[in-house]
Design a protein around this ligand. Structure first.
Ligand code: ADP
Ligand code: ZN
Length: 623
């Protein structure tokens, strides 16, 4: 419609312009008109040499060359009157009616043409959009074998999260019957190559629904409004195919936080597109079974409006795999090539810390290429080694690659946290320990709160500080040096200690005195101290320092006592990178025996230990 209206407006503007210029031309070229009586006067004076009749209009030529026109009441009478005078008489056909008709006809034809062309264009652009949408459509019964969850390895948590979406897409009625509103938007966030696109395709494959796949940059066009109208068209089109999935890769291209430094039009275009997307998502009715999946590797720059309820209110983190995950991914891709018998992918997995799914897939392929190039018909370890050399030397590895030394101290650091958390009576159980760098933190030891506590005891808080200090303590014991790795721990510990003394009245010396302004947060949060006397301030500083120091010393004492255990846990971590609660418990019960405590280094093989291969006990046996 818009095109038609625009063209019609253009057409009328053109007409007005034409009329105006005709008017101006007319004023300049038109003959002077005189009155009939003036004409009679000239006729009586014999000033006229020639008269041309055009109907009742006459054009008069003077003897001196002057020309003008006039209207006569009765042409025939005038003609007879002129007989015998020395005036040339000529006639011209009056064509003004014909000209008018001609112009009117041309005008109508032009108008009709405008309308027809515009409508045609509109149809074409509609076809374009349909083509745009259908080009990106993958149907469940297409010729390609659908991707399923079996093709996605090493992402058990994400698969669990997304299982619900699959069952919703399969049985929307079951959900609407109980009045449950389905999730509309899911944001898959994680580094490039971790399998976000794969996962989205797998959901479509599992649910056997149509899958529309776009990239954020498809919507960023030169012209303002194109992206927005594309979004609307896509959703209109998708509604006809419901239930279905719309996947938008790199959503940050349209959903980025509006920042300065861009041209006004680019800015406008993006926010219009984003708005259109939000409006469409808000406008789903319960009968439209459409799930919008979006992927990004820059969740930090996304506009917060995207995450509001009813939009992308679910976020699934897709992170680079740990050793176990890498092994599984390698096995999935290894199944497509002819591997040597009894090939152990675990061995390869341990060689490539930090590799993403895409890099692992590439590695398998490169290895197969190596084998084929050498004329072999199976892929062996050496091929993987060659492929790895080529990959590592050829392209610079993106992302974080940490040196062996750093990994070492990281492993000790995290093991230190974990062992103290396990041994102190008042602490939360260990949920997960990892030395895979994530975000800004290098490693992580996650503890689960047993219950949502609303009140914390002195002992609990003190244990927490001691656990925080355990990271550095472990590094110090193992390498006799301090690193920057403990920065986050120290900040947290200091905040806790400050709160204990200045907020919760837990110091004997200071007493139950509130000395910091409450900032709303319960644990942690940057607190500001109130105005206080120098003497009090000094005492407070002393108390905080004492508390931190004693906790730190406690941590060192515990770890020194359990040094053998620390070494083992660190070695296991270096090997498997991530330990969950269960693994950790098994290791602790396996290794944390009285014998070890007593310092008896007995050689044994732990059957249940997930790290049996790398267990120091068995290593020692080999040596
Ligand atoms: P992203 O969208 O996160 O950038 P992709 O989904 O495009 O990553 O991954 C690229 C390729 O890497 C996939 O086609 C697949 O072959 C491989 N891949 C990535 N992650 C996995 C995984 N978890 N399991 C199996 N293959 C994976
Ligand atoms: Zn730490």
């Amino acid at each position: 419609m818009a095109i038609l209206v625009r063209n019609l407006i253009l057409f009328f503007m053109f007409t007005v312009l034409l009329a105006l210029s005709y008017g101006i031309w007319n004023i300049e070229h038109k003959l002077r008109t005189v009155t009939y009586s003036e004409f009679r006067y000239c006729l009586a004076n014999h000033d006229i040499s020639q008269i041309t009749f055009i109907g009742n209009r006459v054009i008069v030529q003077h003897v001196d060359g002057d020309r003008y026109e006039t209207i006569v009441p009765n042409a025939e009478k005038l003609i007879s009157e002129l007989q015998g005078k020395n005036i040339q008489i000529s006639f011209e056909k009056d064509r003004s009616d014909q000209i008018f008709q001609g112009v009117a006809l041309a005008y109508i034809i032009l108008l009709a043409l405008t309308v027809i062309i515009s409508l045609n264009r509109k149809k074409k652009s509609e076809e374009d959009v349909q083509k745009f949408a259908s080009d990106k459509l993958i149907l469940p019964d297409g010729d390609r074998k659908p991707i399923t969850f079996d093709d996605v390895a090493g992402l058990p948590e994400a698969l669990e999260d997304l299982q619900e979406i699959v069952s919703f897409l399969k049985n929307p009625n079951q959900y609407s019957q109980i009045g449950a509103v389905s999730p509309k938007g899911i944001l898959l966030q994680g580094p490039p190559g971790t399998g976000k696109t794969l996962l989205a395709r797998a959901i479509a494959g599992e649910a056997q629904v149509p899958f529309y796949s776009f990239s954020g940059s498809d919507f960023v066009e030169m012209f303002v409004g194109v992206g927005a109208s594309r979004v609307r068209d896509i959703f209109r089109e998708a509604k006809t195919k419901s239930p279905c999935i719309i996947f938008i890769d790199e959503i940050d291209a349209v959903g980025g936080r509006r920042a300065g430094g861009e041209t006004a039009s680019g800015q406008d275009e993006r926010s219009q597109t984003l708005n259109a997307l939000l409006v469409e998502m808000d406008g789903f009715s319960t009968s439209d079974t459409i799930v919008v999946l979006a992927a990004t590797n820059r969740p930090d720059i996304l506009d917060p409006a995207l995450r509001r309820p009813g939009r992308f209110d679910r976020q699934v983190n897709i992170l680079p795999p740990d050793t176990k995950g890498r092994k599984q991914i390698l096995e999935v891709h290894g199944a497509k090539v002819a591997l040597a018998p009894d090939f152990d992918m675990g061995r390869i997995a341990r060689m490539v810390p930090g590799f993403t799914g895409a890099e692992l897939a590439n590695l398998v392929n490169e290895a197969a290429l190596m084998a084929a190039r050498d004329g072999k018909n199976i892929v062996e370890y050496v091929d993987f080694e060659h492929a790895l050399d080529r990959i590592l030397m050829g392209v610079e590895r993106k992302g974080l690659i940490i040196s062996e030394e750093d990994r070492m101290s990281l492993a000790y650091h995290e093991a230190g946290h974990a062992i103290i958390a396990k041994l102190l009576p008042n602490s939360d159980p260990i949920h997960k320990i990892t030395i895979i760098p994530r975000g800004r933190a290098l490693g992580q030891t996650q503890q689960l709160s047993v219950s949502d506590r609303s009140s914390y005891s002195y002992d609990y808080l003190r244990s927490r500080i001691t656990i925080l200090m355990g990271g550095r303590a472990a590094e110090e014991i193992a390498f006799q040096q301090r690193t920057t790795g403990a920065q986050g721990d120290i900040v947290q510990a200091t905040e806790l200690a400050t709160n204990m003394i200045c907020k919760w009245g837990m110091s004997q010396v200071i007493g139950p005195q509130a000395l910091i302004l409450d900032d709303g947060g319960f644990l942690g949060g940057a607190a500001r101290r109130m105005e206080m006397s120098n003497k009090t301030a000094e005492a407070v500083d002393q108390e905080i320092n004492d508390l931190l120091e004693t906790c730190s010393e406690d941590a060192v004492t515990i770890l020194k006592e359990k040094y053998y255990l620390l070494k083992q846990l660190a070695a296991i971590l270096l090997d498997v990178e991530t330990l969950d609660e269960e693994d950790f418990e098994i290791i602790m019960s396996c290794h944390f025996t009285d014998k070890i405590q007593a310092g008896i280094k007995e050689t044994h093989q732990c059957k249940t230990c997930p790290a049996a291969d790398s267990c120091l006990h068995s290593k020692r046996k080999k040596d």
